[in-house]
Structures are given as structure tokens and as C-alpha cells.
Design a binder for this molecule. Structure first.
Ligand code: ADP
Ligand code: GLC
Length: 504
């Protein structure tokens, strides 16, 4: 079975959040199951720098009127995953992030940048851009939403399509005229197509036209069928009926393992936790907090957005300081929230450490050094933070929503007695709700044996990708009506030297 996995980020080529982790881990897990899976990403500068063994495979001149396109093939570092980068210097080679400029403003040509990625994905899928064609094209989030529509519109024998919603809040909205200029047909610019309240929504194109639609946890899949969480998509998703479902994300265990993680000052595991206090002390030193082994250290590694209740966190900060806890924040996002966090942080230097910025290695050290990780959210499609936290023996404090509700077991009288508890859950979207759960966590943290048991329970949960990758595989097979994938060699398959000509 040949699967083309198309995304706007995949660690370490590009990552702004959980999407980057999943779009690396899931194809890797599928490859381990014998699927001939290939990844397609834009050739951002970071991706070109990181790709291993990159070489030009085909010219893409003229696709969507972009003059300088090329397809570069290589593989992901520390992985055999064959990876294509679509290189169009005029679209992707610029400083800043995958979606925004250095000041945080969306790139003005994002519609073209991601329509182009989708168009090249469609060409590869059909076998028109490389000596390979896909049985299934798996697109992710709005940036690749046009892809299922482009393939549906193609009269030739086409690959089946799967579209995964990682976050319904990002809808890829552009003026109808912009979409028309990108070749979207008039009949697709209606409410039966990708028109959404007078604009074109790339996300809607994916949800509407993919053969199957998934999201990243069963609870979020149920929530977004309701008007409260569906943000205008609930009706459309309900229409998709059994073609829409939730499959839980996992943890890439090779990358997120405190027993082997090269970024940690000391290693530890459920069996031997002796390295964790050293990680905590090193983190306290690194962030300028007093080195205090018994003070509860709470971590927060997140985007600073409404989704993550970062505004509510600002209100709760003084409480953490007043009860003598330590809170270590590694986060980036809304400049006003960042400024507010930094300001309160300066008032309580012994209790609050605020690091504004995106720093992957520091996030690993934070999970390892923290006693608890705060992962609140108004809505959460899956959330990986709480999964990494559990694996690193930092008990998650989360709100009961989406994937957080699916993965954390609240420590109440019953689950403590049954020895199944793995964290602390609250319900209200308020500072009081967050504080209530933190209070319960601190009370248990004062009981070392009870705490140790909770850590063991959290670290013992299996959130590996195997089960979920098997579910995706079943979904692909259902689509193709295949029974077994063809085995593929462990090494990346070499592609032909000669660029094929592209029929457009
Ligand atoms: P989302 O994708 O909605 O941001 P997830 O919990 O799925 O939320 O994934 C967040 C990912 O981004 C995790 O890998 C987390 O460690 C990482 N992360 C978030 N903020 C930062 C940051 N400022 N620095 C480093 N890593 C971060
Ligand atoms: C999105 C969601 C997050 C999810 C991630 C990966 O960024 O906000 O909940 O874990 O995608 O699927």
C-alpha cells in the first residue's frame, strides 16, 4: 500500500505545535507496519537545512503559475521515512515561520502557498510528478484541505483521500476571488463546495470532499458534532456520518523517553527515578528559580492562545506564587498575554519563571524536571503535552475536554483506591477551576509515597503509536478494500534520476 502523507509541518523539518510531532510520528509508525509511506512538506529554509540526502527529483515549472518549483527528495533525520520537499523559493524561502512572518502576521500569500502544496500533492498522488503514485493521499489540516477537492475533481483514476482535522479553529479562510484565482471551480465555490459564510474555506474543502475524515481523539470527534465546539462545521460533520471518526494521537517513544533522551541532564525511568530530582534541580538553576527539591514545580509548555486558556493562566499566576509553588512557563504566542505573563513573573522571581520563545530542547527538560504539567484548554483536539508529561513522570493538570478527557484519569477517591489515577482534571474555564485542581495535586505531592504511586501509574500508561497506526491502516484498507500491505524494504526506495515531464 502506498500512502502520501501531506502536511505543513513535521518535526524536525518544521514544528509549531503538536501537528509537527504527529506528522512525523504517524508516517513513521505506518512505515514500521510495512506501508510504503512518503511525506510531502513545503521546502521552508529549516526543512531544506534538516532534510538528509536531499536531491532534486523533478521540475515543477508552471504548477499554479509558480515559475520556480522543484521536487526535492530525501529522508527525515533519524528515520528512513522518504520525504519530498516542494521547493518554490518565491513561496517558501523566507525568514519567519511556516505560516507567519517574523512579526507574527500571516503571510499575505498563504492561500497560494498552501494551494500549491496541495496541487503538488495531487500531482504526486496521481503519479504525474514522480515515478510513484499513491493508493491513499492523507492530508492534514486546512493547509492541505484543497487536496481532496483537487483529487475529487480529477476525472482520472485517483487515489483515495483521508483528511485529518487537527484543529477545527484554523479554517483557512480566504476571499472567494482568491480561491477562484487559484483555479477553484465556480461550482466548488458554493455552499455545497468550500464556500463558508461568504468566504472560501480550505478546511471545508477537505471535510467536504475527502473519502474519509478523521480527527485526533474520540471525545473531540463527538464534541465537534455539536454547535458549541463545531464552530460552523458541526452540520457538515454530522452529514459525513460514519465517514468521520476520532483516532487518538500517540507518543513517538523513541523521541520522548526519559530513559534515553539526550537533552536531559540525567536519565530516569519508572523503575529507577533517581535521575528526576537531578533534572528538577538543573531546571530550577537554568530558569533562575531557587533550587528546592520539595517545592512543587509546575511546568507549562504551550502556545499562548485562548484555546490553551493562557489568558486565564495570567489570572491564576499570583496564587501559585502565594502558596509558595514554582511555575515554569515556556511558551510563545499572543504578544499581550506574553507581556502580561512576563510582568507578573517579574513580581515573583522566586516562584515564577517565564521563558517566552519556542525551544524544543528546553521543553524536554521542562517535562523531565517538573512535578506537574499544567495543560488547560477551552477545547483540545488531542493534546500531546499531557501525554509527554505522563511519560516523564510529571502529572498533568488538565481541563475535561477533547483528548485531555480521553487520556488523563483524574485522581479522586475511587481512582486513587483503584490505583488508576494519572493526573488532575477540572471542569470550569476559570482561574478557580485551575487552582482547585492544582490544590489537589499539591496535597498529594506532600505525600511522597502516594505521589510516587501516581507517577508510576502515569508512566505506565501505553500511549505508543502502534494501536492508532493500526486504526489508520484499517481505515486505508477499508478504502482500498485491500487485506495486506505489501512489505517494503527498510531503506528508502531510490527514485529515478531523470525528472519526468509533468502533464498539466
Ligand atoms: P498544540 O498542537 O495545540 O499546540 P499539543 O499539546 O498537541 O498542542 O502539542 C504541543 C507541542 O508543542 C508539544 O510537543 C509541546 O512540547 C510543544 N511546545 C509548545 N510550546 C512550546 C514552546 N514554547 N517551546 C517548545 N515546545 C513547545
Ligand atoms: C493541534 C491540536 C492538538 C493536537 C495536535 C496534533 O495542534 O490543537 O490538540 O494534539 O494538533 O494532532
Amino acid at each position: 500500500m502506498r500512502v502520501l502523507f501531506v502536511a505543513s509541518e513535521a518535526y524536525p523539518l518544521a514544528k509549531t505545535g503538536g501537528l509537527g510531532d504527529v506528522c512525523r510520528a504517524l508516517p513513521n509508525a505506518l512505515m514500521e507496519k510495512g506501508v510504503d509511506v512518503r511525506l510531502l512538506l513545503p521546502a521552508y529554509p529549516s526543512a531544506l537545512e534538516t532534510l538528509v540526502g536531499g536531491r532534486v527529483e523533478a521540475s515543477l515549472d508552471g504548477v499554479l503559475g509558480v515559475p520556480d518549483g522543484r521536487l526535492i527528495s530525501g529522508r527525515l533525520p533519524n528515520s528512513h521515512l522518504p520525504t519530498w520537499l516542494v521547493d518554490a523559493p518565491s513561496l517558501y524561502r523566507r525568514p519567519g515561520g511556516p505560516y507567519t512572518d517574523e512579526a507574527g502576521a500571516d503571510w499575505a500569500d498563504n492561500a497560494l502557498r498552501f494551494a500549491y502544496l496541495s496541487q503538488v500533492g495531487a500531482l504526486i498522488g496521481l503519479g504525474l510528478a514522480a515515478y510513484w503514485k499513491a493508493d491513499v493521499v492523507h492530508a492534514n489540516d486546512w493547509q492541505t484541505g484543497l487536496l481532496p477537492m483537487m483529487l475529487r475533481a480529477d476525472g482520472r483514476r485517483r487515489p483515495r483521500t483521508v483528511f485529518t482535522i487537527h484543529n477545527l479553529a484554523f479554517q483557512g479562510l480566504f476571499p472567494l476571488e482568491t480561491a477562484r484565482g487559484l483555479g477553484v471551480r465556480d461550482e466548488d465555490l458554493t455552499s455545497d463546495g468550500c464556500e463558508f459564510y461568504g468566504q472560501a474555506s480550505f478546511l471545508k474543502a477537505g471535510v467536504r470532499f475527502a473519502d474519509r475524515v478523521t480527527t485526533v481523539s474520540p471525545t473531540y470527534a463527538r464534541e465537534i458534532l455539536t454547535p458549541d465546539f463545531g464552530v460552523g462545521f458541526d452540520g457538515l460533520l454530522r452529514e459525513r456520518g460514519a465517514d468521520f471518526r476520532g483516532i487518538l494521537n500517540g507518543v513517538e517513544e523513541a523521541l520522548w523517553n526519559p530513559a534515553t533522551d539526550p537533552r536531559l541532564p540525567a536519565l530516569f525511568s519508572a523503575r529507577d527515578m533517581s535521575g528526576k530530582p537531578a533534572c528538577k534541580a538543573a531546571l530550577q538553576r537554568e530558569l533562575g528559580l531557587p533550587v528546592a527539591p520539595d517545592v512543587p514545580l509546575v511546568g507549562f509548555a504551550s502556545r499562548l492562545t485562548q484555546q490553551k486558556m493562557a489568558d486565564v493562566l495570567v489570572e491564576a499566576l499570583p496564587w501559585f506564587a502565594k502558596v509558595g509553588a514554582q511555575l515554569a512557563i515556556v511558551a510563545q504566542g499572543d504578544p499581550a498575554i506574553a507581556a502580561a505573563l512576563a510582568e507578573v513573573g517579574r513580581l515573583y522571581p522566586d516562584n515564577l519563571a517565564v521563558h517566552i520563545g519556542y525551544e524544543e530542547p528546553l521543553a524536554h527538560r521542562l517535562y523531565a524536571g517538573a512535578d506537574m504539567m499544567l495543560a488547560p484548554a477551552r477545547f483540545e483536539p488531542c493534546g500531546l503535552t499531557q501525554l509527554y508529561a505522563m511519560r516523564y513522570g510529571a502529572l498533568p493538570i488538565v481541563r475535561r475536554t477533547g483528548g485531555l478527557a480521553d487520556t488523563v484519569i483524574d485522581a479522586d477517591a475511587e481512582t486513587l483506591a483503584a490505583r488508576t489515577a494519572t493526573g488532575f482534571i477540572f471542569d470550569e474555564v476559570t482561574a478557580g477551576g485551575m487552582i482547585g485542581a492544582a490544590e489537589r495535586a499539591f496535597a498529594l505531592h506532600r505525600q511522597p509515597l502516594a505521589w510516587r504511586r501516581l507517577q508510576l501509574q502515569a508512566m505506565g500508561r501505553d500511549f505508543g503509536w502502534d494501536a492508532s497506526a493500526t486504526e489508520y491502516l484499517r481505515l486505508y484498507r477499508d478504502l482500498l478494500d485491500l487485506t495486506e500491505p505489501r512489505p517494503r524494504p527498510a531503506e528508502p526506495v531510490d527514485v529515478a534520476e531523470e525528472p519526468p515531464t509533468i502533464a498539466l
